[in-house]
Structures are given as C-alpha cells and as structure tokens.
Design a protein around this ligand. Structure first.
Ligand SMILES: *[C@@H]1O[C@H](CO)[C@@H](O)[C@H](O)[C@H]1NC(C)=O
Ligand SMILES: *[C@@H]1O[C@H](CO)[C@@H](O)[C@H](O)[C@H]1NC(C)=O
Ligand SMILES: *[C@@H]1O[C@H](CO)[C@@H](O)[C@H](O)[C@H]1NC(C)=O
Ligand SMILES: CC(=O)N[C@H]1CO[C@H](CO)[C@@H](O)[C@@H]1O
Ligand SMILES: [Fe+2]
Length: 865
C-alpha cells in the first residue's frame, strides 16, 4: 500500500457571496464535530470486487479527507484555497481515471481542480472539475469527476464506461418536477414563460416553440408550475426572486445571494419612487429639445428631470446602487461615456456616406444584399397582401447613377439593397395601432468607383387603409441636402434606421446568436460526456449562454420587458422573431455561405478563401473570412486527431445522439428540414463545429460590441418612431420647415426610452476584466492531449496575425469603408480587447451576466411598473 498526495483547488462559497457570512462559521462548526469533505479515487484499470456488477466498474479507493479546512482562514477577498489530500493507493490498481467527492459541510463550494502529484509510473494526473459541489443530501449519487484525457466513447477505459454513462443520465434528469438551485439537469422547454396572463390578459404572450405558427428554438427547462389562467403558460418568478431563475448549477458561476441585496434596493425604489416616476413619464418633459440636449448626456451637463425625485431616491438607496440605476452622479447629472460615432465629429453621422457605410461596417452588417432585379419584388402572398412589389422607378435613381443606366449598373453588380419590406409588412397594421408609427422600407445603394456605397432612394410603405389585399401604399424619397427636402430625406433615413435597429436587436443579435445557441448547449450536456473530445472543443463557447438567456427571459424579452419598450414591434417583438426563425437555416450561418446567399460574394477558387467579394472593402466580410478560416483550421486539426476516418464518426454513439437530439428536440420545430448536415463524415463534424463556434463567438461579437459605439448615440440608430412622415400642406410639414431638428427628435425614440436604451447597451457592450477571448482558454490543462494543445497554440498565433492585418487595413486610406466620415476604425472582429467599452474583442462566449447587469434589474423594473 502506497500513498499518493493530491492537491485540491477550490473556492469557498463565502468568497463568492458578499452577503452570506454565516457559511464559513457553520462550516467550521461542522468540521469540529467530524463532518468534512472526502475524496475517493477510482481506478480505470482494476475492477471493483465489492460491486455487484463487479467486472464493469473501476475499483473505488478508501475515502481521504480534505486536510486543514479548519486551520485555513478563509479570507473575505476573492481567491482560491488549496488543500492537501492523502490517498491510500494499491500499486496494482494502476492509474486513477476518476474520483468521487462527498461534501458533508453545511454549504456548497466551487471545486476547480485536483492534481495528483506522483502517481507511480504516471507522474502528474490532473482533474479539471469547475463545478459547484453541494452537501451530499442534495444528490442521489456521489459527485464524480474524470481526468483531463479525452476519450471517444468506445475508447474509454472499460472500467470507467458505466461511470461515464451514469453521469450523463444524471444530467439528463427525469423530465419531471421543478428544478432547484443545486440541480444539474439540462432539459428542454418552449418559450412559454414570457407572458403573465394571471396579471392582466394584456400581458399574455403566445407560446413560442412547438407549433408551425410560432416555431422557436428550445430553452432550458425550469419546471415551474403553469399559470392559473393558461395551463400552457409557465408561471413567472416573483419579481424579487427573479435572479434565482433556474439554470443548471454550473451554468451560473457565483453571486446567487446577491439577489437579496438587490431585492432590498428594489423594494425601496418601488415603494418610494414609483408614483413619482409615473407622473414624470406623463408630463411633456419626455422630449429632448435639441441635439445639444443629447450631447449633454455624454458631456456631463444633462440634468435628469425631477430634482425632488432624485433627492427622494438618494434618501432611500445606497449611493452605489443609485449610480448604476440612473447613471447619474450624486448631483443627478446623467453621464454616459461618449459613443465613438460622435467622438471625433458631432455631425458626420448624418452624412449619406456614413449611413451607407454602417451597412458594411456598423453594428448590423449582416443584412445588405446584392440587388438582382429592378425594381425589387416581394415574396409575400399576393392573395393576402396584394401587390407588394416596389414602386421605385428608373427615373428615381438614374440622376444619381453617374451617367449610367439602371440595366448597366444592375448587370455590373453595383446595385445593393437593404430590404426591410417583406418581414415587417404583415405586422405594420397592428404596430401602427400602438404609439409606434413605422413603415416597411427598402433602401437602394450604388457601389461607386472608390469602393463606397451611395444611397440612391428610400421607399417607405404601409398597408392599404382599406385592406391588406389591396397591396402596399408606398412613397419614394431621394437624397437631398438642403431645405425641407433635406429634412424629409433625413427622416426617411431615420425610418430605415429604426427598422434596422429593431431587426438588429431582435434577429441578428437575440435570435441568430443567443436563442439558436442554447439548444446546442443543452443537447451537448445531455449527450456528450465531459470526456468527449467534441465536448472539450466546444465547452468554452457554451459557458454563460443559458444564464444570460434565462436572465433575458426575466427582464429583457418578457412581456412588458425592456426589449418591448425599446424596439419598434413593441409587444409583437418576440412573435416577429418567431416568424423570422422560419427563415433560419443552420448551414447558412456559415459566413461563406451567408455571403454567397446575400449575393455579396461569388465562389471563385482562385480567390483568397475561395470567395470573391463584390464589394472588396466590406470590412465585416473581409475580417470575418479571416476569423472564419482560422476557426476552421483549428477545428480541422483538432477533429482529425481524434477521428481518423468517417466510420469513427458514424460509430460514435454520443456524437450521434447529440446531433439527433439537437435536431429533433433542441431545434425540434425544424426537424424535418432537409438541410441539416447528416453527421456521417469528418467533413460534417468540422462544418458543424466551425459554424457553431463562429456563431457563438465572432458573429455575436460583430453584432454586439458595436452597440454602444454606434447606437449609444440614439439619433444615429433610433429604435422607435412615433410619427409618420409629414405630408405637404399639413401643419406638421410647416413645423418641419421651421424647426427640422425638433421634428426629428419628436419622431424618434423619446427621452425615457433613450436613457433606458443607452444604459442597456452600455452594459451589453462592455467587456469584463476576466473575459476569455477566442484563442484563449481559462484552464491551460483543459486536455492532456499534446497535439490538440499544439494546434490550439497555432490558432492563437494566427489570430494574432489577423490583429496585425486589421490594424494595417485600418491605416490604409484607400479602404474608405473601414473608417468613414465619423473616423471610427472597424475593429468589431479584432480578436482581443481590454476591459470596458472598447468596440473590439471576440470573447469565446456571448456576454456574461455581469454584476452590473444584475443591478440593471432594479433599473428596469423601476421603469416598468
Ligand atoms: C411582382 O413582380 C414579379 C416579378 O416581376 C411579378 O412576377 C409579379 O407578378 C409582380 N406581382 C404583382 C402583384 O404585380
Ligand atoms: C423593419 O424591418 C422589417 C424586417 O426586415 C421590415 O419588414 C419592416 O418593414 C421594417 N420597418 C421599417 C420601419 O422600415
Ligand atoms: C466501432 O465501434 C466498435 C465498438 O462499439 C469498435 O469495436 C470498432 O472498432 C469501431 N469501429 C471503428 C471504425 O472505429
Ligand atoms: C398611415 C396609416 O396606415 N395609419 C394607420 C395606422 O394604424 C391605424 C390603426 O390600425 C389606422 O387607423 C391608421 O390609418
Ligand atoms: Fe449578446
């Protein structure tokens, strides 16, 4: 009998919880009366003679105690503690492959790693755990952790196989009951928790997912009971508990109890302030009078309306919280950082050149398409919607074609379109009946000789007042610099921007990155063991998605939540995103496929990456293709190490179950689509993993971290419009002549939603100090396989090279779309970043739920009640 020394690294609960001071005291008490934490090694080569299934399970060693828990004083600052464990180990049982842990303490701890220092014949053996371990009474079986060696299912050492399978069974759960804080179950549910029909019939929302009318990706199941009014709607958590919405425990790192602290702040806000705040919203103070007013938001001179209100707030809320809630200093002065788009030049955002450039390099560069026929047509059903074809005529645009004819520019692939017509038209009648007044829009642009785009015409359309089937009523606007025509043209651009902001937030950002990723995370945790190489490959891109999405269901995308308040489709927002999910096609999320589909690139084997861009200087596509191909080579190198041939893919039971469940459950409303990759070849696996990593990291970064730089100044990317375009010979038209800026501001997003919107995107656009970027891993020992580690290093180097290229291109004056009149270089696909609002950086994951974002809950609710 020999001994093996192990070192355990963990974080005690009280290190992470600011409030729960009692945990460590109680744990010290427990230790004194003999309760403790024990670990047992499991052999991967010797079977357990005690076990009834003897020859199936690896032998379990004697329990060994975590030493020195009492004597290690837990500091109240952040930090890890290291503990020693001494295992007794039979020499003939060979190498340990897993270990069990039992926590007899009063509270949970976060187990990071176990390292065995000198296993005879093997040296170091490393276990990467990264998991919350609750007291044993919370589990039916002891928690198990495996070594950091990746194994395909059939390569798993025989004596570890049943442990591997049992762990997956636990993670799948039994599909019943309400899930609790300590549970680790990954399961599926529809989006049926957004509405609150018990409160008010007006707060009911349709169930998204599970029907052909409202298809949707699945979310994680929480198992809360149904509402009283509608058995198909899941009840919502009471407001004060809303941070405790269930996600599998390890999807949420810390700060559980912070909610108590928040609840306190929240209660004071609600009790003391609400009536006043509501009164405030009803007054006419809710307008910015001039652009100067808006600039003051960033320059520190904007005084929020309602001085007495702020005094009242200050009496009742800790100053720290107040600052976050209202983004003000103690004098009630609102101060936001100046968004990049107005940093260098206060008016360049209003130019046509910048308006067009942001379609290639702004925050939503994924919508613009080549125009293939003129005039543009509609795909809407003629029976229902009548004639929805465009009313734009050659004479509208020919004066701006630099002497060319429409046919000539069309043939030369120089006409482009930002088309927001078909997707919105079916919603316009209902939206226009609310306070929002919007149009369906089409914007045509010309590619000029210097590589920039020039807007040619904007068409704004409404349904016919006497019935949808009578077709669209459209107006066409052309560029104008001065006078009332100039003001009309500026408004037309604003309507397009309103449209584009809503589609950006709802579709490009929420649906196409956050919502579609969650089913991949759920299916992987249910079907791929942590030992599986594909799990290890994708794991860094899974983390926090379920957590941020759960949080979003609580306060952002729920009925009456911030999204409904701040984007034009209002209460129809999520419904609209469900209708547009019908158009989501997984293989088209691959950047090269997307570019070809939008006509922005043509396949060409002689070109770099096999594609020729029709607009050479399309910054999103140029940088995106570099990142895409770096991800692809990394995934290729990694997958080829584990899969030597296609048979091994077909033979991999876990991989096949994952892929089947993703299609049939996770994206179950699309299970009959013929376009799903079959997962029969290495090529399929590489494509799927590359696309997934692209979506979760780079695509998300490109539409997320530019939000503050471009849309933090609302007039550049207004989110709402409240009036229609003034018609000649009306008082509104005269007002426009006299005071164009005032009319502009009264048309776009009002003051309160502006403040709300700015504060929200400031949080979403911020990088935390512990962000992990593409090409980096939190844990250097994530695998012990040497070749994959080497390939990963190569990936990191390639990303560094891309950074250099991006800087070089941004300094090249010939590439006009990379900087533009506003003088903001394109860095949204620059891989790394510093902390804060930098407008660059590609984290491995969609954003973390930051402490600040949690505070935001207060702010949000305060506005919503
Ligand atoms: C719209 O344009 C297309 C293509 O030119 C044409 O086939 C279709 O009939 C038009 N629709 C209507 C309702 O005129
Ligand atoms: C906004 O976009 C949608 C979807 O593309 C489109 O149908 C709608 O008409 C647009 N709205 C405005 C105001 O342009
Ligand atoms: C397929 O799996 C079986 C075990 O399930 C294994 O014995 C066989 O070698 C595998 N075939 C290939 C080509 O990997
Ligand atoms: C211009 C326009 O179409 N306005 C319509 C908006 O919606 C309301 C309610 O359906 C109609 O009454 C308006 O005519
Ligand atoms: Fe995001």
């Amino acid at each position: 009998m020999k001994t093996i020394i192990g070192r355990v690294v963990l974080l005690k609960k009280n290190v992470l919880d600011i409030i729960d001071l009692s945990a460590s005291v109680l744990d010290r008490l427990h230790e004194l009366v003999g309760k403790n934490v024990t670990l047992q090694l499991i052999s991967s080569h010797a079977f357990d003679t005690q076990s009834p299934e003897r020859n199936l399970k690896g032998k379990v060693g004697k329990p060994a105690r975590l030493e020195d828990w009492i004597t290690t004083i837990t500091p109240l600052t952040e930090g890890e503690s290291t503990y020693k464990v001494t295992f007794e180990w039979d020499e003939d049982t060979e190498v340990p492959g897993a270990f069990l842990v039992q926590n007899h303490h009063h509270s949970e701890f976060y187990l990071k790693t176990l390292t065995l220092e000198d296993v005879p014949g093997h040296g170091h053996v490393h276990f990467v755990c990264n998991s919350w371990v609750y007291p044993t009474k919370r589990y039916k079986k002891d928690r198990i952790f495996f070594t950091n060696k990746a194994y395909l299912p059939f390569e798993t050492p025989e004596f570890l196989r049943s442990y591997r399978d049992e762990e997956l069974e636990i993670l799948r759960g039994d599909g019943t009951g309400m899930l609790e804080e300590w549970d680790r179950v990954y399961d599926y549910a529809f989006y049926n928790d957004l509405g609150n029909p018990d409160k008010d019939p007006d707060d009911a929302r349709p169930v998204l997912g599970g029907s052909s009318e409202y298809p949707y990706p699945r979310r994680g199941r929480t198992g809360r009971p149904p509402t009283k009014s509608d058995p198909n709607t899941e009840s919502r958590l009471p407001l004060l508990m809303s941070l405790n919405i269930y996600v599998p425990r390890d999807e949420r790192f810390g700060h559980l109890k912070l909610s108590d602290f928040l609840a306190y702040g929240l209660k004071s806000i609600v009790q003391f302030l609400l009536p006043e705040f509501q009164a405030l919203c009803d007054t006419t103070h809710d307008e910015f009078d001039s652009f100067e007013d808006i600039y003051k938001l960033y320059e520190g001179g904007f005084k929020l309306p309602g001085g007495p209100l702020l005094d009242r707030i200050r009496e009742n809320i800790p100053l720290e919280l107040l600052k976050i809630v209202l983004e003000t200093d103690s004098d009630g002065i609102a101060k936001f950082p100046k968004p990049q788009v107005i940093k260098e030049d206060k008016s360049a955002w209003r130019t046509d050149e910048e308006f067009a450039r942001e379609m290639l390099a702004g925050v939503n560069p994924v919508k613009i398409c080549l125009l293939k026929e003129f005039p543009p047509t509609s795909k809407l059903d003629v029976q229902i919607y009548g004639n929805q074809n465009s009313s734009i005529k050659p004479h509208h645009i020919e004066k701006n074609l630099n002497g060319l004819k429409v046919d000539e520019v069309l043939k030369a692939n120089r006409l482009f379109i930002l088309d927001h017509h078909d997707s919105l038209m079916p919603y316009l009648r209902r939206i226009n009946a609310t306070t929002n007044k919007i149009y369906a829009s089409r914007t045509l642009l010309l590619l000029q000789n210097d590589g920039t785009l020039k807007p040619l015409v904007i068409e704004l359309s409404l349904p016919h007042p006497d019935g949808d089937n009578l077709g669209a009523i459209s107006n066409v606007y052309t560029p104008a610099e001065n006078g009332v025509e100039g003001s009309i043209w500026k408004l037309a651009k604003a309507y397009v921007a309103v449209n584009d902001s809503g589609i950006h937030q709802l579709i490009s950002h929420w649906l196409h990155t956050h919502a579609v990723v969650e089913p991949f995370v759920i299916a992987a945790n249910r079907q791929l063991s942590v030992l599986h190489p594909v799990y290890k490959l994708l794991y860094p891109h899974f983390r926090d998605t379920m957590n941020i999405n759960a949080f979003a269901r609580q306060i952002l995308i729920n009925g009456g939540g911030i999204l409904e308040l701040t984007v034009f489709p209002g209460k129809y927002s999520m419904e609209l995103s469900s209708v547009l999910y019908k158009d989501w096609v997984f293989p088209e999320q691959a950047l090269p496929v997307d570019l070809v589909k939008r006509g922005m690139a043509i396949e060409d084997s002689d070109s770099h990456h096999g594609l020729r861009l029709l607009i050479d200087d399309y910054p999103y596509a140029v940088d995106g293709l570099e990142i895409w191909s770096a991800i692809k080579s990394w995934v290729e190198d990694y997958c080829k190490f584990y899969y030597k041939n296609d048979d091994m893919i077909q033979n991999d039971t876990e991989l096949q179950s994952w892929w089947k469940e993703l299609r049939e459950e996770g994206h179950g409303d699309k299970k009959h689509e013929p376009w799903w990759p079959k997962m029969e070849t290495c090529h399929d696996l590489i494509d799927v993993c590359t696309t997934f990593i692209w979506v979760a990291s780079a695509l998300h970064a490109s539409v997320n971290y530019g939000q503050y730089p471009y849309a933090g100044f609302l007039p550049n990317r207004p989110t709402l419009s409240r009036r229609f375009m003034p018609e000649p010979n009306t008082p509104e038209y005269d007002e426009l002549k006299e005071n164009p800026d005032n009319v502009f501001l009264k048309t776009i997003t009002p003051q309160l939603q502006t403040l709300l919107g700015i504060a929200l995107i400031e949080l979403l656009s911020r990088h935390s100090s512990d962000e992990v970027y593409l090409g980096q891993r939190e844990c250097p020992e994530w695998t012990m396989d040497a070749e994959p580690l080497k390939a990963f290093e190569k990936f990191g180097k390639k990303l560094k090279d891309i950074e250099e290229k991006i800087v070089k291109m941004n300094n090249d004056e010939k590439l006009k779309n990379r900087i533009g009149p506003v003088n903001v270089p394109y860095t949204l696909l620059y891989p790394t970043s510093e902390e804060g609002l930098t407008g660059k950086g590609i984290p491995n994951i969609e954003e973390k739920v930051s402490k600040q974002l949690q505070h935001w809950q207060c702010a949000a609710r305060m506005q919503l009640f």
